[in-house]
Write a protein that binds this ligand. Structure first.
Ligand code: KIV
Ligand code: ZN
Length: 514
């Protein structure tokens, strides 16, 4: 019998720490449902002490997820642990994840605490967390740069205090695979009560080694990996879930363990996270990139046609790249639409929500012949976001763009119950439209990124536009989809402004407070 490898997904917590990847409560719930269908073991839903919004998001995820454990992050502070415990009260299975830094540089410079004080805080935090749940995880932050002797001391103490998972984070992505693997082996061997807890790892990708370090740890006895969909996360990101899971699944000859994941859900999760956060997936990204299973060279194509295993080590359909995708269109009925949405994990909460979505689906089908799953996802993204954050709505947009003339746009929006119309000229149709919007919204935010991706293929495909706005240290990504990319751009801009207005300032988990 192989050991079980626990997959702990932190897309909703560490993933959300990527600048611009902030998610609303409803977006988090949609991703959590997709992760549950993927069968991840633990979903880290957020950091409840960060803000009221984060608290409510964790509470909402805890309320809907039944088959995965829901986890909340807490610094080693009483008030953080109490907030996490409260947010998780409705969960079927709850975990509190508490942490404190253990590297000399973090203890001296950031915490200004002695090693003894750090141990005291850690033990107190774990004991307090045990009052809410018997599933408690402890992380010595910056373990990758901590002294092994000190790690042994603090980890032994927190196991005695009741920690059931010990997570070893390479917080700054500094470790090398061989070295990180050896650290896991040494800790397991040296800590006298090590057999009472599961060893976990949490690797960042600053040197591009997050997956390699995680796998080296698994080879040395780690039985939980913390990772994110598409490798989203603070700075260069976290270990990518799809890469870790598929490496272990594909190389069963090598690893003594496997996860319980339904890997056929991977691509759906990847697309959902990408569309919600506005972080596109690079085409050559392993497993989930558009080219991951595409063969360009004639020799490869010839080989694959003769025998797929010549150049493919995994089957595209095993990670969710479907070969015969169901396509809806203008003539599809309400029932076919509803059935497909349920299959895609996007059920409707009421008849009104279904009717509204079906109306929008018909509008899209008038403009676009084939409606793919990705189109349906974009449709729902817009609708649920609108319900939650929309204060400003696009009513109409008219653009004149002609060779030899300066493009001109006229836009009408509804904002705070009022209809407003503005116009502007610009360097192109998109520029003029965004300037016309800005003449009404006066956000004074900086446009840090503008990108367009086609959701599916063909000239009638919907373009998905991402707009990143920065204002007073806050960064948001807005997205909008339409068969007309100028309209998609205006929707994305408005979505970003709505998010700027909606998201409160939240605390960063690694911020010091003792
Ligand atoms: O990278 C890190 O150290 C973290 C901890 C909170 C586990 O995200
Ligand atoms: Zn992290």
């Amino acid at each position: 019998m192989k050991d079980k490898l626990i997959i702990f997904d932190t897309t909703l917590r560490d993933g959300e720490q990527s600048p611009g990847a902030s998610m609303t409560r409803d977006e988090k719930v949609r991703i959590a449902r997709a992760l549950e269908r993927l069968k991840v073991d633990v979903i880290e839903a957020g950091f409840p002490a960060a803000s009221q919004g984060d608290f409510e998001s964790v509470q909402a995820v805890a309320g809907v997820v039944k088959d995965s454990t829901v986890c909340g992050l807490a610094r080693a502070l009483d008030k953080d642990i109490d907030r996490a415990g409260e947010a998780l009260r409705g969960a079927n299975s709850a975990r509190i994840h508490t942490f404190i830094a253990t590297s000399p540089i973090h203890m001296q410079m950031k915490l200004q605490m002695s090693p003894e004080q750090v141990i005291e805080h850690a033990v107190r935090a774990v004991k307090r967390a045990r009052q809410y749940t018997d599933n408690v995880e402890f992380s010595p932050e910056d373990a990758g740069r901590s002294e092994e002797d000190f790690l042994c001391r603090i980890l032994e103490a927190v196991i005695d205090a009741g920690a059931t998972t010990l997570n070893i984070p390479d917080t700054v992505g500094y470790s090398m695979p061989q070295q990180f693997g050896a650290t896991i082996a040494n800790l397991r061997q040296r800590i006298p009560n090590a057999d009472k807890a599961i060893f976990s790892v949490h690797c960042h990708n600053d040197l591009g080694l997050a997956v390699a370090n995680s796998l080296a740890a698994v080879m040395n006895g780690a039985r939980q990996v913390e990772c994110t969909i598409n490798g989203l996360g603070e700075r260069a990101g976290n270990a990518s879930l799809e890469e870790v899971v598929m490496a272990v699944r594909t190389r069963q000859d090598f690893f003594g363990c496997d996860s319980r994941l339904d890997t056929r859900e991977i691509v759906t999760c990847s697309k959902l996270v990408s569309s919600i956060t506005g972080f596109p997936v690079q085409p050559n990204k392993a497993i989930v990139g558009a080219n991951a299973f595409a063969h360009e060279s004639g020799i490869h194509q010839d080989g694959v046609l003769k025998s797929r295993e010549t150049y493919e080590i995994m089957r595209a359909e095993d990670v969710g790249w479907s070969t015969n995708r169901m396509v809806l269109g203008k003539h599809s009925g309400r029932n076919a639409f509803k059935t497909r949405m349920i299959e895609l994990g996007m059920p409707f909460s009421s008849e009104t929500a279904l009717n509204e979505a079906f109306f929008r689906f018909k509008q899209l089908a008038d403009k676009k012949h084939d409606i793919f799953d990705e189109d349906l996802q974009a449709l729902i993204s817009e609708q649920s976001e609108a319900a939650e954050v929309e204060q400003i709505k696009l009513l109409s947009l008219k653009v004149c763009s002609e060779t030899g003339e300066v493009p001109n746009a006229s836009v009408t929006i509804r904002s705070g119950g009022q209809e407003l119309t503005g116009s502007a000229q610009g360097g192109g149709a998109v520029d003029a439209s965004l300037k016309a919007l800005e003449s009404l919204l006066h956000t004074q935010a900086t446009l840090a990124l503008y990108s367009v991706n086609n959701i599916t293929t063909g000239t009638d495909a919907q373009g998905e536009v991402t707009v990143r706005l920065e204002k007073a240290g806050r960064i948001v990504n807005g997205s909008g989809a339409d068969t007309d990319i100028v309209i998609a751009s205006a929707k994305a801009y408005i979505n970003a402004v709505n998010k700027l207005n909606y998201l409160e300032l939240r605390q960063h988990p690694q911020m010091v407070e003792v």
